[in-house]
Design a protein around this ligand. Structure first.
Ligand SMILES: Cc1cc2nc3c(=O)[nH]c(=O)nc-3n(C[C@H](O)[C@H](O)[C@H](O)COP(=O)(O)OP(=O)(O)OC[C@H]3O[C@@H](n4cnc5c(N)ncnc54)[C@H](O)[C@@H]3O)c2cc1C
Length: 394
């Protein structure tokens, strides 16, 4: 491995700011590959909890399959008060990685490595140039490094400049009695509707007949009060007869959909993860995109090269995502019909490949044909550079 010391007078070859999905993906890979680089990962949190579920569509065999704790072969989509659309694929299933399994795997590899250290309870406050490298000021003192990878999530102001915000809140529950959940079938987007707080849908991952993650999601043009999602969650649990339960854990998030461009960073500092553009604009999926970046970045470091940022999306994919988001952001009331038509009319494999960055020309055609023409023709006339205010007034 040609990743010998490059730090010169600096204390570390590499400092990774943020030990979340992107930071640990790279540090864990460097550790398990026996890298000779000295690396410090600086992380605000003091401990790692099961704080999120990472799901994605994938074929049965893939590089991260040992982390997958659950798979579903069927998925449901449907509008409120309408029949559900059930889909399945012979090639793909919907798969679930518990964040705690991911964290433990990478933390264990880092722990075993003599030159890679994770500093918990350490917040980075400032980064400045020092000679050819960097000086990083943290809540626990300063350190120096030849290279810096910054994975801190985008700041609130930047987040709110997204075309749409995807806000969600969920609870993993164990029911007192059989909840008649279908363990083989995930509710991807059910009870789809539009109201004054934007698009709403339910997301339900059953882990058995009595255990599930029940999540409520909204797409909106403005940040939402927590009360809105609390009310949504309370309502769905009651409506579905799932309110008598033991709570196992909760999770919540607000993901930007379609940030104008990656947040400006200091020249020379590479950004990765959500802040580096890892979030797929039209879906909010990022886990596999981060894994693909980490694998490429590791390869680059192994060959003695500098850090690598997140790859740009293929042109056609980013045009499609931009158009899809513009149509949604322009009139969110169309969203329930658009999503249900997409899943109902397009071949499931095409939809899955479209959502998983693997679409070919035939898949794009399939997806385009499934959608109503008029809003998309109108969407083509909306300028891609049109700025979207968070209040939804554009
Ligand atoms: C609840 C939830 C569920 C999700 N589910 C899915 C899913 O199913 N599928 C999917 O593909 N994507 C999903 N995502 C989106 C995406 O995959 C995750 O947000 C992912 O964690 C992004 O990785 P990241 O490294 O960019 O950010 P993070 O994992 O958030 O890591 C950033 C790290 O930086 C640390 N940090 C912040 N500020 C500082 C500072 N000043 N100094 C030091 N450290 C700092 C944070 O503590 C954090 O650990 C989900 C996101 C959330 C929030």
């Amino acid at each position: 491995m040609n990743n010998t010391k490059r730090s010169g007078s600096a204390e570390h070859d590499l400092v990774i700011i943020g030990g979340g999905c992107a930071g640990l993906s790279l540090a864990g890979r460097l550790a398990s590959q026996g890298s000779r680089l000295s690396v410090a990962v600086l992380e605000t949190r003091s401990d790692y909890r099961d704080d999120r579920s990472w799901c994605f569509f994938a074929p049965p065999r893939h590089r991260h399959e040992q982390l997958v704790s659950h798979r579903w072969s069927r998925w449901l989509v449907g509008r409120e008060n309408r029949a559900l659309i059930e889909r399945q694929s012979r090639r793909f299933s919907y798969q679930y990685v518990r964040s705690v399994d991911f964290y433990q795997t990478h933390l264990a590899a880092i722990e075993r490595h003599p030159l890679i250290d994770l500093h918990r309870s350490t917040s980075v406050n400032a980064i400045e140039r020092q000679g050819k490298g960097w000086r990083i000021e943290t809540s626990r003192g300063s350190l120096t490094a030849a290279e810096v990878l910054d994975t801190r999530p985008p700041g609130r102001a930047h987040l709110e400049s997204a075309m749409l915000l995807q806000t969600f809140k969920g609870v993993e529950i164990e029911l007192d009695q059989d909840g008649h959940l279908e363990p083989d079938c995930v509710e991807l987007m059910t009870q789809l509707r539009h109201d004054r707080d934007g698009l709403y849908f339910t997301y339900l991952l059953p882990f058995g007949t009595r255990r599930a993650l029940v999540e409520v999601t909204r797409f909106s043009n403005r940040p939402l009060d927590q009360d809105v999602l609390d009310h949504d969650l309370h309502t769905v649990l009651a409506q579905r007869g799932l309110d008598r339960h033991r709570q196992i854990r909760r999770e919540a998030g607000c993901l930007p959909m379609g940030l104008p461009d990656a947040e400006a960073s200091q020249p020379g500092i590479v950004r990765a993860g959500m802040a580096g553009g890892a979030l797929r604009p039209s879906s909010g999926y990022a886990f596999l995109r981060i894994q693909a970046w980490a694998a490429r970045c590791l390869q680059r470091l192994q060959s003695g090269g500098p850090l690598l940022g997140q790859a740009r999306d293929p042109r056609l994919q980013s045009l499609m995502d931009g158009l899809f988001l513009r149509v949604l952001a322009d009139d969110l009331s169309l969203a329930p019909a658009l999503f249900s038509q997409l899943f109902e009319r397009a071949h499931p494999d095409s939809v899955v490949r479209f959502l998983s960055d693997q679409a070919g020309p035939g898949d794009y055609l399939n997806v385009i044909r499934s959608l109503p023409r008029r809003p998309f023709l109108r969407g083509l006339c909306l300028s891609p550079n049109r700025s979207w205010s968070v209040a939804g007034s554009s």
